[in-house]
Design a protein around this ligand. Structure first.
Ligand code: HEM
Length: 534
């Protein structure tokens, strides 16, 4: 049911036609400053021929970095400019909410951070963000390594079987392997539950995939029929969705009960200084339950866990998938990466200290996120009238957008903008080491790695919002360092042991989008044990 031509946001286009027609029609007809914005007219075929974000890129080159996309009576403002993105995400963050994204995710994530109303979000963000503290992340490096080694052990076993048959390489869908790996890691890191999905199937794993599948379906379907009373009983896929949700909820409720039964209350500073080498359960759930003054009902905790399970799983799996896809087309970059892994790790295991030294591997993960941002679009809806600043390629005076305007910040366009990147479509991990001045672009500060001293990974600050892999401002991803370190470890462990090639041509790897950019039929690779002459 994954639709090749469909992007995460496309369904929202369609659904909103029904949901908000009158409101939007008013906005659309109201003209004003929005009326002077360049307009890209979308045809229905744009929604089916290929992922929407490709068309958004072409229109960006044609119409500039702030334009109106009109599908019939429905209009979106598409933003591909760092100054305007910074205004929406950071300087004016609370003039916007998540619009249709929240409608889609609420049935699954409840009042978790992504869809939560502002009051709940403020309360929970204050409690959850401190959970990703330095010692927790350090403890997680062991989890990342243990889990990555389970994946390599599985590949080695398959290769041993192949060797006994006289062959020296196996073919494997690395996207599927990385999906399992990321699921195991998020389960252990967030609620100390070992899905063990690298090596087995279970009802809970099936339920997690079923739920993700439904989230994707909802984000790519015209009419929100699941809101119709009785739909959950009458429509088979909705019955299955509620059955899957119940399995996951029961599992999470059990974990929450166990954590609460063994609660050891402490102040947040104390929790952040715990000796993780002596703790059996290093999970975020443990932290959230033990934190003094952060009492919360089980339902909210469950929503928090579910949100992180979904937000942290496919996204990281996608980074790893596209990093391997890009590397496999660049043998010299694989060699460079393997040379770094050999000199830093030898045959040893990654640690926080080695992550600090694995600079090239870190930049590979970051460059994969530049070329394949997850998600490719950020979605917002204006809660009040907002005056946007002028952008680089937009109207220098900016535009006034009325309350109710739906906005796509195209991270994909920003990350491949010819105005901010040299060779924007090429895979060049080294590019992040260079400083790039603002080229006289008024209001944009250019790239400067020194602007974020001590940061292990390039971020939106060094690029003044031209690079937004984790968003920016108050709603920025809470799991960014977790995900980047996880990706660094998983890539290092793979390259330490194996040589990787694509099975077919790069063009044969078709791209589809749901919540993230993924492949249509898997990332089929040929894997060999590394030879000693490497
Ligand atoms: C928010 C990307 C991994 C938890 C976000 C946002 C982005 C993002 C772009 C901002 C969305 C917006 O502004 O609309 C990613 C990517 C990841 C990743 C690319 C992997 C490479 C994770 C992980 C976790 C996580 C591992 C948790 C363990 C969250 C949460 C939010 C969020 C809770 C909502 C934050 C808020 O609204 O306060 N993520 N994420 N993410 N992410 Fe991530």
């Amino acid at each position: 049911i994954r639709c090749q031509s469909t992007s995460t946001n496309e369904p929202k286009t369609k659904r909103n036609i029904l949901d908000n027609a009158s409101n939007l029609l008013t906005n659309f007809l109201s003209g004003g400053s929005l009326g002077s914005m360049p307009v890209a007219e979308g045809a229905v075929s744009d929604l089916f021929g290929r992922p929407l974000f490709f068309s958004l890129y072409d229109w960006f080159l044609e119409h500039g970095s702030v334009y109106k996309l009109a599908f019939g009576p429905k209009a979106f403002v598409v933003v591909s400019d760092p100054i305007v993105a910074r205004h929406i995400l950071r300087e004016n963050a609370f003039s916007f909410d998540k619009g249709v994204l929240a409608d889609i995710l609420e049935p699954i994530m409840g009042k978790g951070l992504i869809p939560a109303d502002l009051d709940t979000w403020k309360q929970r963000r204050r409690v959850i963000a401190p959970g990703f503290h330095a010692l927790y992340l350090e403890a997680m490096v062991k989890v990342f390594t243990d889990c990555s080694e389970r994946t390599t052990a599985k590949i080695e076993k398959l290769l041993d079987g192949e060797h006994s048959r006289g062959g020296d390489a196996i073919e494997l869908d690395l996207e599927a392997e990385y999906s399992s790996l990321a699921l195991d890691i998020i389960g252990l890191g967030v609620f100390n539950f070992d899905f063990g999905s690298v090596t087995k199937e279970s009802p809970v794993i099936k339920a997690v995939y079923g739920t993700l599948f439904e989230a994707e379906h909802r984000s790519t379907f015209y009419i929100p029929y699941w809101k119709i009373p009785l739909a959950r009983w009458v429509v088979p896929r909705q019955r299955k969705f509620h059955y899957d949700l119940k399995i996951i909820n029961d599992c999470l409720d059990g974990l929450i009960k166990n954590a609460k039964d063994s609660r050891e209350e402490a102040d947040v500073e104390k929790l952040q200084q715990r000796d993780y080498s002596n703790i059996k359960d290093a999970s975020l759930l443990r932290f959230l339950v033990d934190m003094r003054g952060a009492d919360v009902d089980d339902r909210q905790l469950r929503d928090d866990l579910m949100t992180m399970l979904i937000a942290g799983h496919e996204t990281t799996a996608a980074v790893l998938t596209w990093a391997v896809f890009l590397l496999a087309q660049n043998p010299s970059k694989i060699k460079k990466a393997q040379a770094e892994v050999d000199s830093v790790l030898g045959q040893g295991r990654p640690t926080l200290e080695s992550i600090k030294k694995l600079e090239y591997i870190r930049l590979i993960a970051v460059e994969a996120l530049r070329l394949y941002p997850q998600p490719p679009l950020l979605i917002r809806r204006a809660l009040e009238e907002v005056v946007l600043p002028g952008g680089y390629k937009g109207d220098k005076n900016g535009y006034t957008i009325p309350a109710g305007t739906d906005i796509f910040i195209s991270v994909y366009n920003l990350h491949r903008s010819p105005y901010f990147w040299d060779r924007p479509h090429d895979f060049v991990p080294e590019r992040f080491l260079e400083r790039k001045d603002s080229d006289g672009i008024e209001g944009w500060a250019g790239f400067d790695p020194s602007r974020s001293p001590g940061a292990l990974y390039p971020n939106e600050i060094i690029s003044d919002f031209a690079f937004l892999p984790f968003g920016g401002g108050p709603r920025k991803c809470v799991g960014d360092q977790f995900a980047l370190m996880e990706s660094t470890v998983a890539l290092a462990v793979l390259l330490q042991k194996f040589d990787v090639e694509l099975k077919g041509s790069p063009e044969s790897v078709e791209l589809v989008t749901g919540a993230t950019i993924h492949t249509k039929n898997g990332l089929w690779c040929k894997l060999k044990k590394r030879s000693n002459d490497n």
